[in-house]
Design a protein around this ligand. Structure first.
Ligand code: 6PG
Length: 467
């Protein structure tokens, strides 16, 4: 009897679309879902001769050719662990489990170790592109044993998004590295979304432009260096109507999150990384969720008087475009810097050229800026910060004045732009040769004898400050 090429467990929208994508590329796909009805509904709505449903784990696993490759498309955390436990008794040594969910990389490292003891192979695979990407071609970030990746790579290479005919998938590195890269991708996604939202609030609340006018501006910007998937969908969002209303005006201003952005920031703290833009994007979502407090505070706490725009509107909009691009650059610089520190800490030997290439299509942060990042890493995998590369330093040196003007003017208007603000603070902090941290060291030594180093001589010093 014919055996199928691959199995997918979990038929929520990402799992269903991924299974369909694989089947559309000519592979035979076994599918299983904990709730049988979901499997039946999926096949009723998306009949596909290459997709074969199973209603017991045993039948599902036995339907696969050896070594069996099973992709888990279930919720991260306990659901992933439970699913792994449910299939282990049916697997043989050398079978392969692929976790395609947004799992926390430390969980992936742990699962990888536990499964190795049972001689079962494990690939932690970051998959980006949302439901549409899963169906038409996602960006894929696989981590685990390279020899195991090589066995399964033909299927995933064929279903991945393409950029100039090149598949947006590359082997990332050992154990949790694929999910780590996906986590940082999501962090960058948070910052990208937040700076676009801050740009929208400036255009709306300072220039008083309509959603349609803002959409037109985003459309124009999207033809140039700011071209990105997120700007593209934002221009569409702003045009969506519901009856006589713009839908955007009916959506409650409380941002939710599933946790990957928070993990990115927590990890930045552990690595001592200055991941200020992603962190401020996460905090902005938290602050947004305090809607009732914000409504109360808006009546009690005063705002500044509105002052007229300092320059003409066209000039201001160009400054804003430059501010958005430079902020985006700083955010990617921070994200890639975190990847570089993590790579050293976990001995992953990440290849940033390959990672930047994956991000160019299929994923949520796909953008033209990635072509410049690819070029930088092509020649130097060890560059310490993207801002120091010739292209990015030239943009920074010519756009930082616009970022400053936009931020200072917007803050004077009483409009919150935390992520733009954190961009310029990082930029100035990073390019400051002599900072104020000498005072912090003196304070620490004063109250806690924590000692300090000196600029004029080597060694560790303590001063009795009260003498
Ligand atoms: C992707 C997305 C995807 C998911 C986000 C949403 O790359 O396809 O990032 O993974 O949509 O995780 O995240 P929040 O719910 O935290 O905004």
């Amino acid at each position: 009897m014919r055996k199928n090429d691959i199995g997918v467990i979990g038929l929520a929208v990402m799992g269903s679309n991924l299974a369909t994508n694989i089947a559309n590329h000519g592979y035979f796909v076994s599918v299983f879902n904990r709730t049988a009805q979901k499997t039946k509904d999926f096949l009723k709505n998306h009949p596909n001769k290459n997709i074969i449903p199973y209603f017991s784990i045993n039948d599902f696993v036995n339907s696969l050719s050896s070594p069996r490759c099973i992709i888990l498309m279930v919720q991260s955390g306990i659901a992933t662990d439970n699913t792994i436990q449910s299939i282990i008794p049916h697997l043989h040594s050398n079978d392969i489990i692929v976790d395609g969910g947004n799992s926390f990389y430390q969980d992936t490292i742990q699962r990888h170790q536990n499964l190795l003891k049972k001689k079962i192979n494990f690939i932690g695979m970051g998959i980006s592109g949302g439901e549409y990407g899963a169906l038409t071609g996602p960006a894929i970030m696989p981590g685990g044993d390279k020899k195991i990746y090589d066995i399964i790579s033909p299927i995933f290479t064929s279903i991945a998004a393409k950029y100039n005919d090149e598949s947006c998938i590359n082997y990332i590195g050992p154990d949790g590295s694929g999910h780590y890269v996906k986590m940082v991708h999501n962090g960058i996604e948070y910052a990208d979304m937040q700076i676009i939202a801050e740009t929208y609030t400036i255009l709306k609340n300072i220039l008083f432009l309509s959603n349609q006018e803002i959409s037109e501006i985003f459309n124009t910007w999207n033809q140039g260096e700011l071209k990105s998937y997120l700007l593209d969908i934002t221009k569409n969002i702003l045009l969506k109507k519901e009856g006589k209303y713009d839908l955007i005006d009916l959506i409650l201003d409380e941002a939710c999150s599933k946790g990957t952005g928070i993990w990115t920031c927590q990890d930045a703290l552990n690595l001592h990384e200055s991941l200020t833009m992603i962190t401020s994007s996460v905090f902005s979502r938290f602050l947004s969720s305090l809607k009732s407090q914000r409504m109360l505070a808006s009546k009690i706490l005063s705002s500044p008087k509105i002052i007229p725009v300092l320059c003409n509107q066209v000039e201001f909009i160009e400054q804003l475009r430059q501010a958005l691009y430079l902020s985006k650059i700083i955010s990617y610089a921070q994200g890639f810097s975190q990847l570089s520190i993590a790579s050293k800490k976990y001995n992953w030997n990440l290849k940033f050229y390959n990672i930047a290439k994956i991000f160019r299509s299929g994923c949520i942060i796909q953008a033209d800026i990635l072509n410049h990042i690819v070029k930088v890493y092509k020649y130097d995998n060890n560059i310490i910060n993207l801002l120091l590369s010739p292209y990015f330093q030239s943009i920074a040196n010519s756009y930082h004045i616009s970022l400053r003007s936009v931020i200072s003017y917007t803050i004077q208007q009483g409009i919150s732009i935390p992520t733009f603000s954190s961009a310029i603070s990082y930029y100035d902090g990073y390019r400051t040769a002599q900072s104020s941290a000498n005072l912090i060291q003196a304070q620490r030594d004063y109250f806690g004898s924590h000692t300090y180093k000196r600029c004029d001589k080597s060694g560790i010093y303590h001063t009795n400050w009260l003498q």
